[in-house]
Structure formats: C-alpha cells, structure tokens
Design a protein around this ligand. Structure first.
Ligand SMILES: C[S@@+](CC[C@H](N)C(=O)[O-])C[C@H]1O[C@@H](n2cnc3c(N)ncnc32)[C@H](O)[C@@H]1O
Length: 320
C-alpha cells in the first residue's frame, strides 16, 4: 500500500506538533501514513503542501478534526487505575466537601483529554454516590478533548464491552453503582449521570483559553502528557496549577510523572497510587517575624502536623 515519503511525513509531523503539541513519534505508527493518504484522497488533494494549506486555513475545522482523529490515541475505559477513584471517594471528596460545605461553594472537576468519556463518567459515578450521602454539595463535571469524534461518543455514553474491564467490575461491585445499564451490545450510562456532565472541545495547546476557565478543585489529565514534548508539558502543567484552587489536586496516568524540577506540585501518596497537590505559596509569618507566637497560632501549627492540609504541609512527599 502507498505511504507518505519521509520528507512528506515530516511536514505533517511538524504541523501536528505545532497545532496540538502531539509528538507523532509517541503515537503507534502502524497505518498512520496510509490513513493520512486516504484523508488526502477524500479531499481530492494530491500533494502534502496543498493538504497543509487546507489544514492551516482557519475555517477548515472539519479537515483539522479529520486529521486529528487519525493521529490521537483514544484508549480509555471505566475506572482505569481504580485506586485513584477509591482515593477520590474515600479521602479527597470528604476533605473537599467539608471545606466547601461551609463556603457554600461548588466542587469543580475536569477531565482534560477525556477521550470517549469513560474517565469523566467514572468521576461522575463517584461524585453522585458521594453527593447522595452529602446532599448539601454541588459539583461541576467537565470533560474536554481535541478529538471531536471521541467527544461525540462521550456524549452518547454508550460503550462496548472493552470499556468495562476486570478492575472496573471490582469497583462497580464495591460501590454497587446503579448508573451503568447492560445492553445487548455493551453498556449505557444512565441519564441521571449523563445529565450531570458536560463535554466540550478543547485543544490543550491553546493555553490562553484556559484563562477563561473556572478555577478547578480536581484535574484528571491521565495518559495525555505522554504524547507531548517536555517543554510543552511544563507549560501545560504550569497553566493547570494556575487553574487549581488552593488544595487542588491533579491526577496523571499510572506511567506518567512530573517533569524534572517541577516544584509547583507536591506528590500525594495514596493507597496503591499517587496524585499531586498544588503547592501553596507560604504566607509570611508575621508573628514569627516579630519573635512572638500566640498560644492560638501554636495550636493551629500542631493541628497542621497531624492533618497535612495544603498551605500547612511540608514541601515534597506528602502521605495522605
Ligand atoms: C489515551 S487517551 C486518554 C483518555 C483518558 N484520559 C484515560 O486516561 O483513559 C489521550 C487523549 O488525549 C487527547 N489529546 C491529545 N492531544 C490533545 C490536545 N492537544 N488537546 C486536548 N486533548 C488532547 C486525545 O485526543 C485522547 O483522547
């Protein structure tokens, strides 16, 4: 079968990197070149240069979406890395809930690079379960991706059997969630949950768009950073940290870690997994500077040591 010449493939690789931050070298190569040629043929363009002209035309959204759907890896399933969801249910939400209830504030959750939606629905199952026990709390659940075809599937909430793995079953049984309906073809998410989530297009490369986002408590960006080059990873994580509210958490994929010397997030070890928490700017300690310390502030410090909270916790490794 015909495939692109190295130089032609290189030009497309460069465009994709510029547009999306995706390094094609990190994407399984098998068939990519052939699929791009097919896409070109469907548009009736016979050279890579004309194809790139089309892709770079701001009005040609569908053409860009077509190429992106050929080069993104969409692998996802419900309750991937279940330990992170156990931590969310048993530790993080109770802690956030306590804080937010008094402030009467919403808890903001975002699945960045949500693919076909399984990650956001897993969060939504946990959130709904938690909300039933804590009716005073309200949540916002947003999923975003660059791949519009994945987003269409996400909105439908209909899945094949491969979206439910053995680890998924374990967590479904443990929590006894009634939000997944078995159908002859696979599974469907119950409307009660579908109505609570929002899916939206977002190219993470457009960092300036993030400035229009609400501040977040929880960001899941799992198995997405692996496709990006190191300098973009740093920029993106920096933008995420700016978006996070005090005490906000970020969850990465099982095989992902922070770039070297990235100091804006601290590691939180959970049972069987880990995540990261925003490092708070240390407030200058007025009393300490004056050489005085009231008995009240001494007591607060003592409590901080027992229950590490953002702002009061030491930098570096934090055990939750
Ligand atoms: C392997 S999937 C991860 C899905 C889910 N987070 C999980 O872990 O199950 C990677 C996702 O990242 C998305 N992605 C890649 N580059 C992106 C970008 N620049 N902006 C937004 N999403 C992107 C892809 O479209 C794909 O859906």
């Amino acid at each position: 079968m015909k495939s692109l010449k190295t130089e032609e493939f290189g030009k497309i690789e460069e465009y994709i990197l510029e547009y999306s931050g995706i390094l094609l070298s990190r994407v399984p190569k098998l068939g990519v070149s052939e699929r791009i040629l097919k896409h070109m043929a469907s548009l009736k363009v016979d050279s890579v240069d004309s194809y790139l002209d089309l892709l770079k035309n701001p009005g040609n959204l569908a053409i860009r979406d077509g190429l992106i759907s050929l080069v993104t890896v969409n692998e996802s399933y419900l309750f991937r890395n279940p330990s992170q969801f156990n931590f969310l249910a048993n530790e993080l939400l109770p802690k956030l809930g306590e804080k937010k209830r008094d402030l009467k504030k919403r808890i903001y959750c975002w699945s960045a690079g949500c693919s076909t939606g399984e990650e956001l629905y897993s969060m939504a199952f946990i959130v709904n379960w938690f909300q039933e026990k804590n009716p005073g709390l309200s949540f916002s659940l947003l999923g975003s991706d660059i791949n519009t075809r994945s987003l269409e599937k996400a909105r439908l909430g209909k899945y094949r059997r491969r979206s439910v793995r053995a680890s998924t079953r374990m967590i479904l049984e443990r929590f006894n969630f009634p939000y997944l309906r078995e159908t002859p073809d696979g599974y469907e998410i119950e409307d009660e949950i579908r109505e609570k989530v929002n899916f939206s297009f977002l190219n993470l490369r457009n960092l300036c768009v993030l400035k229009t986002f609400p501040k977040m408590d929880i960001i899941f960006c799992r198995n997405v950073l692996i496709y990006f080059e190191e300098s973009f990873k740093v920029q993106l994580l920096t933008a995420f940290v700016e978006l996070l509210l005090p005490g906000g958490h970020i969850f990465l994929g099982e095989t992902e870690s922070l770039p070297e010397k990235f100091k804006k997030l601290e590691l939180v070890k959970c049972k069987g997994c880990y995540c990261y928490r925003k490092v708070e700017e240390q407030e200058p300690q007025k009393d300490a500077a004056e050489g005085k310390r009231s008995s009240k502030s001494a007591k607060i410090q003592e409590n901080d040591r027992q229950v590490p909270e953002a702002g009061g916790s030491p930098r570096g490794r934090v055990e939750a």
